[in-house]
Design a protein around this ligand. Sequence first.
Ligand SMILES: [Ca+2]
Ligand SMILES: [Ca+2]
Length: 352
Amino acid sequence: MTLRHLLVRCVGFGAASLMVGTFAIAEKGAGSGELGSCAAYSGVPSDDNDHAGMAFIRGGTFVMGSERQRPEERFTHVVRVDGFWIDRHEVSNAQFREFVTATGYVTLAERGLDPATHPGMPKELLVPGSVVFIPPANVASGGRITQWWQYVSGANWRAPTGLGSSIAGKDNHPVVHIAYEDALAYARWRGRELPTEAQWEFAARGGRDGEDDWSSAFDAEGKPIANTWQGVFPVYNTNEDGYAGTAPVGCFKPNGYGLYDMIGNVWEWTGDWYRPGHPRDAAVNPRGPESQDLTLTGGQSPSRVIKGGSFLCASNYCARYRPAARQPQEVDLGAAHLGFRTVLNRAGGDEP
Ligand SMILES: [Ca+2]
Ligand SMILES: [Ca+2]
């Protein structure tokens, strides 16, 4: 049973009923207009070359996965990755708009699904739309995911909470409601690729050695240093980090490689197919399992690995705000908490 199958159609929800409290954005940190100045950043890097807005990550060896956390993160194994460029921040609405303006691209959420390739799917889940977080109306109902994830007709990257909503004033927020093929199309248009899970995890560690932990999400005193959910999900968010929904990219301190929001803000697509667990063997530039090795039940879409957690991850739910944490996401389903960033690979991974 996939998330799409679990969802209930929610036609007719207008922006007004969805935006109360949930996606209010606290503005702070106005500055020079450059990345890192947060609210004042335009959302588009100021440099103009094939690696605009990217940082170069030198190749290296690390221990991928975790033995101490969740079963799907085992086994730890030694991985070598060649050097690569990676976006310093999640792809923003302004960047995605550049792509759509140049190409006329229409995202999957705007097109809907083909009934011929999705036999048995309820028709209300085939219409153009996407999955939106809606807090449950009362605490007692807060235990099932369909109480807070609803398939909303008309929700897409331009209208994140459905008909009548917009991204006005959010050029510098991460683009959301992006299916895997949308992310891939954007990456290829820029002459880039999506990161492998190994590249993403190596980059997210920021050069830190040792067992995976929560130090990318909280400082030594327990204060949030990434956009997550503080309080009791899904009913009470203290907003200690200042953001109830997405934050503009680059509001939080970058990691040791100068990368922003690897942990938190929005989940990020990787190019690897998802299968629980990792192999034990050491690997060089691994790209995940082959598609024919996936086990799928009838009517289920295959999933890719997403990483980093989001503004909806709390200590009592999700809590996957660690580099080794991973989750499957159906390739044909975007969501309000899911975006991506790109990589640029060069032969041999040579240093620039
Ligand atoms: Ca938050
Ligand atoms: Ca992120």
